[in-house]
Design a protein around this ligand. Structure first.
Ligand SMILES: [Fe+2]
Ligand SMILES: [Fe+2]
Length: 163
């Protein structure tokens, strides 16, 4: 069964979204690296890499279903305003919640169209979001606790460095 144009386009859009998330995490990583907080820096660099992994997984699926019809979109430019650890936490939660919504929309459409191949493929992504949202929320809560406490930030940074 051929994938529908609607689903194809939604997944192509998601490829671009994963790229956008990756870029957002890289910008966050850069913000930390600027302050010599390289534990946080490498943590968010790792998040950025994971999003690229998601992008590639989606592409692999699309290549199997549509082959040469895959047309890639531009990645929207992203500019973040980050002034604090809490800003980072809020952004992190926001990005992951947005991803959950985007994936849910693909799943809903796959179900409507009775495209069980896509439905099945997207199960991996929605399961992943359970972890992603949980990790982001934990990060935000910890950021709120630590707030601007310098020694708390350094301790957390060093923990991330050891991970
Ligand atoms: Fe992702
Ligand atoms: Fe993610």
């Amino acid at each position: 069964m051929k994938i529908s144009t609607v689903l194809n386009d939604l997944i192509v859009q998601q490829v671009s979204n994963e790229n956008r998330s990756s870029n957002a995490y890289l910008q966050i990583a850069a913000w930390f690296e600027n302050q010599n907080l390289s534990g946080f820096g490498s943590y968010f660099k790792k998040q950025a890499d994971e999003e690229i992994g998601h992008k590639n997984r989606l592409l692999d699926y699309l290549f199997k279903r549509t082959g040469s019809k895959v047309k890639l979109l531009d990645v929207p430019e992203i500019s973040l305003t980050i002034n604090s650890l809490i800003d980072v936490g809020n952004l992190y939660v926001q990005l992951e919640e947005q991803t959950t919504q985007d994936i849910s929309r693909i799943i809903e459409t796959a179900l409507e169209e009775k495209d069980y191949m896509t439905f099945q493929e997207m199960q991996w992504f929605i399961n992943e979001q359970v972890e992603e949202e949980n990790t982001a929320n934990e990060f935000l809560n910890k950021a709120k606790l630590i707030n601007n406490d310098g020694s708390g930030i350094i301790l957390w940074n060093n923990q991330l460095e050891d991970d």
